[in-house]
Design a protein around this ligand. Structure first.
Ligand code: FES
Ligand SMILES: [Fe+2]
Length: 433
């Protein structure tokens, strides 16, 4: 079948079918701009960071001139993955551990042991002569490095459009306009399809239900202690999960073309955090009062970048939803330091990541339980469709930026609409509006 999304429902095979998973790696991930990593992971010449996109191993490497090159992490000789670690430094050149072919830091073939034995084969006519290949397209947007693997496809600015304002805001929360990725990400493996995790990011009608047993309990215990005044940071971070339908409805959802969107247009669960001493003054010093207020008043919640990046600017976290198979997903949760800001902001970010995103999180397991039950439930042939029709508007289109009620499932429909366009496209290049 070709019609997986009918405007209000998505077919259950989207979450189950292994052959669909293989197709979406090519049609969706290789054709879209996918986030690879932050430039602060490779500060020095020769530093590298590795990751997979569309099931293909990649490495970004800092060059002598400061630029970042993204290479296919594959030796041109016999296909060995050259850089095995997640992070490190290649030295003056990259060396394959199998037969010691070496490459410049931009991937060009540098040397081959006993090269004269290739004299008669016209090596320059072989694919191997090209060295480690750069990816088709790279964009370093304010430190966030994105790649598009397919040669032909939509341009970076066209693909993201106004949605880049979330990254702008996150960067400007640093008095120096600079972010630094801290440490390695928390990894959380889920037994579910990756799209369920994406779907969940704009699902504002689940927190007060699914998280009642964790966040609700934390609030109840705090109240039982009889304390007045400022709750501890953990309770402050948990509390908003129990906000009402009215609260989530009023906070709004914005959708952008090409499947991107965010919750928290006029308010968000990040709005109520206590202020950090000294931060406001530093921001005013850098940006002036009006701009500093505008930056910090933007409390957008989850921003979903199609296909698999989730950004939370106000708390400086970012998650990459890594598809492993149709029924397995790893969520990478990164934290960022706002360079030049008080350290308490980073402390809050660390605590948020541990409490909400880590495999030891109390609230994350509520969601995982629901994803896993959905994977089980969707095996039923009683109903082929998953419903995303909440606040559907007859005749709605996903070509324009829209602001709608925060309890709308429009962001999900926007996502599935782009997903379907890409899956139906012949070469992945004509799908974007
Ligand atoms: S496989 Fe890399 S040098 Fe042979
Ligand atoms: Fe949740």
């Amino acid at each position: 079948m070709d019609n997986y999304f009918n405007g209000k429902e998505v077919h259950r095979t989207l979450f189950l079918d292994p052959s669909l998973f293989e197709r979406e790696q090519q049609q969706v991930f290789a054709a879209s701009w996918c986030y690879l990593g932050h430039e602060s992971l490779v500060p020095e010449t020769g530093d590298f960071f590795t990751g997979d996109i569309a099931g293909q191993p990649l490495a970004m490497v800092r060059q002598k001139n400061g630029e970042i090159v993204v290479l296919h992490n594959r030796c041109p000789h016999k296909g060995v993955k050259v850089l095995a670690e997640t992070q490190g430094n290649v030295g003056r050149f990259i060396r394959c551990p199998y037969h010691a072919w070496t490459f410049k830091t931009d991937g060009q073939l540098l040397s081959i042991p006993v090269k004269k034995e290739y004299d008669d084969c016209d090596l320059s006519s072989c694919a191997a002569h090209k060295g480690m290949q750069p990816v088709a397209a790279v964009e370093n947007y304010r430190g966030f490095v994105f790649v598009r693997l397919k040669e032909q496809g939509v341009g970076f600015n066209e693909f993201f459009g106004d949605s880049l304002s979330t990254l702008d805001n996150m960067v400007m929360r640093s008095p120096q306009g600079q972010l630094r990725a801290i440490g390695q990400p928390l990894l959380h493996r889920h037994r579910c399809n990756w799209k369920m995790v994406v779907d969940n990011q704009t699902d504002t009608c689940h927190p007060m239900v699914a998280h009642e047993s964790s966040a609700g309990e934390a609030i109840r215990l705090w109240k039982e202690t009889g304390h007045d005044g400022q709750p501890p940071m953990a309770v402050e971070l948990f509390s908003p999960f129990m906000a009402s339908y009215e609260f989530f409805s009023a906070m709004g959802i914005r959708t952008w073309p090409n499947g991107h969107g965010h919750t928290g247009v006029s308010n968000s669960i990040h709005k109520a955090y206590s202020s950090i001493p000294g931060y406001w003054e530093l921001m005013v010093e850098s940006y002036g009062e009006t701009q500093a207020a505008a930056i910090l008043d933007d409390t957008r919640h989850n921003t979903v970048y199609f296909p698999n990046l989730m950004v939370k600017g106000p708390i400086q976290t970012l998650r990459v939803i890594r598809p492993i198979s149709a029924s397995e997903t790893v969520v990478e949760s990164w934290i960022f330091e706002l360079v030049g800001a008080p350290v308490q902001l980073l402390e809050r970010t660390v605590q948020y990541n541990n409490l909400i995103n880590s495999p030891c999180s109390m609230v994350a397991h509520d969601d995982v339980e629901m994803y896993e039950r959905a994977m089980d439930g969707l095996r039923s042939q009683a109903n082929d469709w998953v419903n995303v029709a909440r606040l559907f508007e007859p005749g709605e289109s996903h070509e324009q930026t829209q602001v709608v009620s925060g309890t709308s499932e429009r962001a999900m429909r926007n996502f599935y609409n782009t997903w379907q366009q890409l899956m139906q496209a012949q070469d992945g290049s004509t799908a974007h509006g």
